[in-house]
Design a binder for this molecule. Sequence first.
Ligand SMILES: [Zn+2]
Length: 73
Amino acid sequence: MTCEDAHLKMHDYISGELAEEHHRPLMDHMDECPNCREFFRQTANIQTTMRGFMQYEAPFELQAAVSSILANA
Ligand SMILES: [Zn+2]
């Protein structure tokens, strides 16, 4: 996966539109790529903030994924 692919998939992932089979490759890429980890962190923060305004609760799986990425950043 290229960084460009990863960035596109992150948006879909955060909005819950990424097919489950693409989750693992995306996570694997972020494990290896600090740039994409940082990009994901910022994107997730923005999305989470926006969702907070909309009273939206992120699914548990997403919260856990974001927490584990933030912990490894
Ligand atoms: Zn990358």
